[in-house]
Design a binder for this molecule. Structure first.
Ligand code: ATP
Ligand code: MG
Length: 415
């Protein structure tokens, strides 16, 4: 893509009411547009990042054997009344509305109820199990505060997965495999070294649920970390009996700020019992289906990566999330340098490499500052002094500069 054709422009300043680093950098660079507090539009560059995150998550969920669907945003009141989650006292983030005929509806903030109810159409025997399914959906939540940029939206993209299995044993197996898949996701998203599986308060049947917490000062949560042991505990379950059970001492724990990027939960047979999802076992007895639910905040993850990896000059994308593999910057003004840049653009593009080509008619200094702000991992500079076909290649994260031929660059980027 040619940068001269991109309708978004970089800006010196973010919207004046923006306080969080992720929203300031992403707005200035043109990834997002703030419609109102807690609601952001994703622009061409931002959409590429979202799609890259979804691609990673989709690959990891498919590898678990899960099938992708899309449920509805409109929710039936009766369904949520059945499980006692309709009232605003029980769930304080509902957005609700009324149809023309007077029927009340809610906007989906989570989907355990409708998916479990729907599964009554497809699960009736032990032979129908297991079922693993997931979706990417825009969730709507009337959050009290929305000051963390895209990390806490009133409208945000979540991946939610649901597992329907025979019993606790089958659940445990899938749950553990999901923990591994989630760790793969966060590793590929560039935050593996600072993301910890964290013990949090449990559900109806289990003592703990598990959160995936990423260390960042911008996080709204406080966790307690035994770094060497790789054990993290959410503040809400920091009790003597829990410490003893996990084999850690209070004085060995660091108190750190973190953001919850994912969360997994064991519902046991509770929801299925409430909503009437039973299967017949081999003996012909009726048994509630065992439910697990597994979330990842897709847009929050994008914000957390910006918070965690950016520097004073701008964003630093990990390879798999970057909107482009390379940022080709024409820094020269001569005909020769322009022709060489065009050749590099053509060759890389034809090799299937995603390139953003800064072909604009602006000063080189401005282009470099914009390139730092945009955060594409590899920068290729073609200047008036670029000679003998040796291109200047700069690593955004480390600042290291190498010279290489177009051939070498192409094979490097294809890796
Ligand atoms: P939090 O404690 O941060 O409000 P939650 O416990 O309400 O999160 P879940 O309902 O489990 O979150 O949602 C699954 C995932 O969706 C979370 O782990 C988080 O990554 C993301 N998420 C939750 N609320 C928001 C929000 N308002 N904006 C963006 N992402 C969110
Ligand atoms: Mg919440």
């Amino acid at each position: 893509m040619r940068q001269s054709q991109l309708f978004t422009k970089t800006r010196k300043d973010a919207p004046s009411d923006e306080v969080s680093k992720n929203a300031i950098l992403l707005s200035r660079a043109g990834y997002i547009y703030k419609e109102m507090a807690g609601a952001y539009a994703y622009l061409p560059l931002g959409l590429r990042v979202i799609d890259n995150i979804k691609k990673i998550v989709r690959e990891e969920m498919n590898a678990l054997g899960a099938q992708e669907i899309i449920m509805t945003a409109l929710q039936r009141k009766e369904l949520w009344e059945t499980t006692d989650r309709w009232s605003d006292e029980k769930v304080d983030v509902w957005f609700k509305s009324t149809l023309k005929n007077g029927t009340e509806v809610g906007f989906g903030w989570s989907h355990e109820e409708p998916i479990t109810d729907m599964m009554k159409n497809y699960i009736s025997s032990y032979r129908d199990l297991p079922v693993f399914t997931y979706q990417f959906q825009t969730k709507l939540r009337n959050e009290l505060r929305a000051k963390s940029g895209i990390m806490r939206g009133r409208e945000f993209v979540m991946k939610d997965m649901y597992s329907y299995v025979l019993d606790a044993e089958a659940h445990k197996k899938f749950y553990d495999a999901t923990i591994q898949a989630y760790l793969n996701v966060f590793k590929r998203a560039g935050i593996g070294d600072r993301t910890f599986v964290t013990f949090a308060s449990g559900g109806a049947f289990t003592e703990f649920s598990h959160e995936f917490q990423t260390l960042t000062d911008s996080g709204e949560d406080t966790i307690y970390l035994a770094r060497e042991k790789g054990i993290a505990i959410n503040k809400e379950v920091l009790r003597d009996d829990v410490l003893e059970k996990l084999g850690v001492k209070r004085e060995d724990l660091e108190e750190v700020a973190a953001a919850e990027v994912g969360n997994i939960f064991d519902f046991g047979g509770m929801k299925s019992t409430e909503l009437g999802l039973f299967y017949k076992n081999e003996a012909g007895e009726s048994v509630p289906v065992h439910l697990g639910s597994y979330g990842i905040g897709i847009t929050r993850l994008m914000g957390v990566v910006v918070e965690a990896l950016s520097d004073e000059k701008g964003i630093v994308w990990p390879k798999e999330l970057s909107p482009f593999a390379a940022h080709l910057v024409l820094a020269g003004t001569s005909e020769t340098s322009r022709a060489l840049a065009e050749e590099v653009y053509k060759t890389l593009s034809e090799s299937g490499i995603e390139v953003l080509f800064d072909d604009r008619d602006v000063r080189a200094g401005e282009k470099f500052a914009d390139s730092d702000l945009l955060g594409i991992p590899t920068r290729v500079i073609v200047g008036d002094r670029t000679a003998n076909g040796m291109l200047e290649v700069k690593d955004r994260a480390t600042g290291d500069v190498k010279e290489m031929t177009l051939d070498e660059l192409t094979s490097e980027l294809k890796k």
